[in-house]
Design a protein around this ligand. Sequence first.
Ligand SMILES: Nc1ncnc2c1ncn2[C@@H]1O[C@H](COP(=O)(O)OP(=O)(O)OP(=O)(O)O)[C@@H](O)[C@H]1O
Ligand SMILES: [Mg+2]
Length: 524
Amino acid sequence: MTTRQPDYSTAHELAGRQRDISVSEFFAKNRHLLGFDKPSKALLTTVKEAVDNALDACEEAGILPDIMVELRQLAETRFKVIVRDNGPGIVKKQIPNIFGKLLYGSKFHRLKQQRGQQGIGISAAGMYGQLTTGKPTVIRSRIGARHDAVEVAVRIDTVKNVPVRAREKVLDWNRDHGTEVSIELVGRYQKGKGSVDAYLAQTAIANPHVQLTWQGPSEKEPLVYERATRKLPDPPREIKPHPYGVELGLLMKMMKSTRSTRLSGFLQHDFSRVSSKVAGEICAAADLSPTARVKSLEHKSAEALHKAIATVKIMNPPTNCLSPIGEELLRKGLQKEIGEAEFFVSRTRNPAVYRGNPFQVEVGMALGGSLPADEPARLMRFANRVPLQYQQGGCAITKAVTSVDWKGYSLQQPRGALPVGPVIMMVHIASAWVPFTSESKEAVASYSEILKEIRLALQECGRQMQKYLRRRKRVADEMKKRSYIEKYIPHIGQALRDILELNETKTTRLVTELKDTLERSRKL
Ligand SMILES: Nc1ncnc2c1ncn2[C@@H]1O[C@H](COP(=O)(O)OP(=O)(O)OP(=O)(O)O)[C@@H](O)[C@H]1O
Ligand SMILES: [Mg+2]
C-alpha cells in the first residue's frame, strides 16, 4: 500500500504564490471587522456609515443638516438603503474613489473631532452591497446651483481596490447642493436594540441641530425628528499631533516627510505645544543638536528622541479641536426624545488627554416618570455624537458605568452589572481620535484616563440623581400616609359620633379638624 505524500512546497513554489493582498480583498474576507457579519447588523452599518458621512459633510460646510433616510424592502432579505443630505455635495471626479476604493477619504490625516476617521466606511458598505446583490452603489450629487447634478454608479474591483464606473449621467434634480447614496444589499430589518430605528432616535438626541426624516420599509408616513436648535455646533479646529501621542514609527515617518530642515524647527512646526524652549529641552534630553538635519538622523537618534519626549514636561494639547454637545442641549435632546421621563440631568467635563489626544466626556440622565423602576438602567453610548449599537460589553463606557457603586446613589445594583432603576443614561466621548477597539467603530478602548473621566461625570450626575430619587421617595411616602388619613379618619369620626353622640355637623367639623391637625403635624 502506498501512502500519499503531503503537498509540501519549496521556497520557489511558495514564491510563486506570494503576492500583494489588496485592502478590499482583505476586508471582503474579514467583513465582520467592519460590522457586516450578520444581515441585521450589515443593514444598520450601511445606514450608519452614510448618515455619519452626511452629518460630517454638512457640519464641515457650515450647513444645518437636513437628512433623509429611506429603507425600501425589495424582498424578504433584500433592501435598498437611500440616504440624502443637503451638504456641500461631492466633486464629480472624486465620486469613484470615495465610493469604490477602501482607505480613501479626507479625515484620516486631520486631527479634530469628526464622525469618520478611517476612510473605509461608505466604500465598505458599497462593497458589501455589491458582494451580496451584484448591484453598484448609486450616487447623486450636486455641488451648487450653477453646476450640473450628476448620477454615478460605482463598483469596486476588490482584487485591485480600485473603482469601476458603471454608468454616469447628468440629472434633473430639484436641489441646489447635496448628496444621495443608494446601496442595495442583503439585510434583515428588525426593531429594538441595535436597530436602524434605535440608531436614528439616538442620533437625534446627540445631534439636536439635525432635522432627520426616516421612512421605514412598512411605514405609510415618514417619522420626522425635528431639530431642537438652529445653532450648528462650534466647528472643531484641526490640531497637530501632540508629542506624547506619537509612536516611534509615526515619529520616523514624520521625520522623513517634514518640510522643516532642522530638528528644533521640526519639533516646533509639526507638533502642538512645542515652543523653542521645549524643543531645546527635548533635544538636550536626547543628546541631539537642535540644528541637526532632521532627514539625515538615523533610527538610533529617532529612538532617543522618542524616549526624550516622554521625559520633558509639555503642556496639554489645545482643546478647540473638540465640540461637545453641552449640558443644556444634552438635557434638551433627552427631554425631546424621552417623553416618559420627568427629570433630566447632564454634565460636560473639562477636556482631558489620553496618549496625547484630547478628549471630553459628557453624561446625561433621564429619570423617573414612567420609566421602569425594576429593570436595568438603559445605557446609550456615543462617540463623536455617533450612537454605538454593538459590543456594549467590550466598551470602556460600559466598564465605567458598571464600576461605579450605584448603591451609594440610591439605586440597586447586581454585582458588576448595570444599576437597576428608572434611569436612562447617555455617555458621550468626544475626541480628535476616538480609540475604537476595531475598524467597525462599535466600542471604545479602555484607556485609564478615559475610564476615570467617565466615572467622574457619572458620579456628578449620580449625586443630582440621588437628590431627585430621595425627593421622589419622600413624596411617595407622603402620598401613602395621606391615603391612610383619607381612608381612616372618616371611620374615626363615625366612632366618635357614636361614643359622644354628636350630630352630623359636629362630626364633619371634628373630622376636618382632625385631618388639619394631622396634616399640620407633618412637614410636606
Ligand atoms: N455625503 C457626503 N458628502 C460629502 N462628502 C462625503 C460624503 N460622504 C463621504 N464623503 C467624503 O468621502 C470620504 C470617504 O468617506 P468614508 O465614509 O469612506 O470615510 P471617512 O468618513 O473619511 O472615515 P470612516 O471610514 O471612519 O467613515 C469622506 O472623508 C468625505 O470626504
Ligand atoms: Mg465615513
